[in-house]
Design a protein around this ligand. Sequence first.
Ligand code: ATP
Ligand code: MG
Length: 581
Amino acid sequence: MTNYLYAALLFKPLVFLPSHSMKEEIKKEERSLNFLEEIIEQDLKSGKNKQIVTRFPPEPNGYLHIGHATSICLNFGLTKKYGGYTNLRFDDTNPVTEETEYVESIKDDVRWLGFEWKHELYASDYFGKLYEMAVTLIQKGLAYVDDSSSEEIAAQKGTPTHPGHRNKYAERSVEENLRLFAEMKAGKYTDGEKVLRAKIDMASPNMIMRDPLLYRIKHAHHHRTGSIWCIYPMYDMAHGQSDSIENITHSICTLEFVPHRELYDWCIEKLDIFPSRQYEFARRNMTYTVMSKRKLLQLVGDRHVTGWDDPRMPTITGMRRRGYTAASIREFCDRVGIAKRENMVDVGLLEFFVREDLNKLALRRMVIFDPLKIIITNFPDRTEWLPSENNPEDPNGGTREIPFSRELYIERDDFMEIPSKKYFRLAPGKMVRLKSAYIITCDVVLKDNDGKITEVHCSYIPESRSGQDESGIQVKGTLHWVSIPQAIPAELRLYDRLFKVEDPGSEAGDFKDYINPDSLQVIRTAWAEPALQQAVFEDRFQFIRKGYFCLDRDSSENRLIFNRTVGLKDSWKAPINKENG
Ligand code: ATP
Ligand code: MG
């Protein structure tokens, strides 16, 4: 991690707002090892591990977001770098919230990000093995069946400063516990009637070690095991054990699991299974959005967005529809790196990497958002096809032919009847170059009865054609334009931040109160050059002088719709807070 980044990420609460030079720095600088890479290099050097095995363990209860992308890039990135492999393991131990739709979307998103897992696995495939492990703990006198209600269990737990106490159920014999646990499995009891608990230490300073729950009864249909099971393992009885079953060497999770590590290690020791090790890093938080699946689900459910793939969502599927590239997301995750302390990264940094990547590959096209009609009075009544580079950044990008004719559209705000001093665009008597075409002079302005400009008459300079200009005339402004007879109508969707505040989750009241009402602006007056009729979903475009765009899936053959992926420059300004003026 760069020094800048490190310094910026060190303190909380803090928003990381990189300046332009800082971004340049991030781009250039060789990234130094993160703390996990250091641990892994040690483990390989000492011979502790011969190969590295990691897993990405999503719960299939929602779509993946940019936080998950961080975890994916980290887990897959480490085994790519150090040899070994990564499993995709669905952590599907909660039958109530999980759905097959999510499983498919998760696989699709991981692949799209550019990663291939070694094995596709499901924690639910281990239900039999996990049950056996629980039986082993009972046999060792390390687990017991408790009939207490969840309120009683909570009350007996004590507080961080006061030890808890055991109840009479902890005294049950191994035989009785084995019988009761088998009966729990057989469906003899109702939800919540009994639980299985580990017998550890009711006075442990770590509350999680105070006889934690291992199994609960839940008579519910599971998306894979159907109604075979009515008892389900808790996180602590499933996650680490699944890691061990798969010989995971480095089990990477986020900081909220730090207190669980002691129990993770306890289970491995008592069950004498493969010694996976848990390591924690800080969750990825990003400004102007929310990340928890529960909140994202509310945005979808309450129709604040059109779906999980709404381009304003921080989901992978949303960013994908918006036109973000997988490479730019990977670069963002890798360059921002991981931290051991909670922090907040500015979404502008992600946009910076998106823009960087798009600049290299986007096809340049001309689109007029708000048209003003221009008549080139001295141009003959025909169409001239002019070559124009697809991408000046790409030597192999090639050219396309764009039509030029007597009737053109330019942007309404590229014309000013009474220009200010520094205005180098079109104005009466002034000259501008039309991109890849000719220099024109504005001669006459026509208006309707209300004084609105309806048409501007210009004349062109035949010797000034781009690429073979012999006019000797220098002009300061170059405008984009489209030829009216060949222009195709388009709808443009311009997106802004979904929230008005940096951290909606930490504001008073409901996070949804902070939704930006102007996060979507639709432009239905746009006209595009004809090459865009051939646009396909994978194409990335730079609409010259306007921003980066991609075709939206709502498009049809006679209705082109484009999403603005990101502007050309980092021009976004936080809405001004009323109290501050
Ligand atoms: P959420 O709170 O969004 O529902 P989760 O942690 O419950 O997230 P999981 O499906 O359990 O979601 O996460 C799968 C993996 O992705 C876990 O290893 C988890 O630690 C990691 N992960 C989830 N959110 C983030 C995040 N914001 N930053 C980094 N890693 C994350
Ligand atoms: Mg989770």
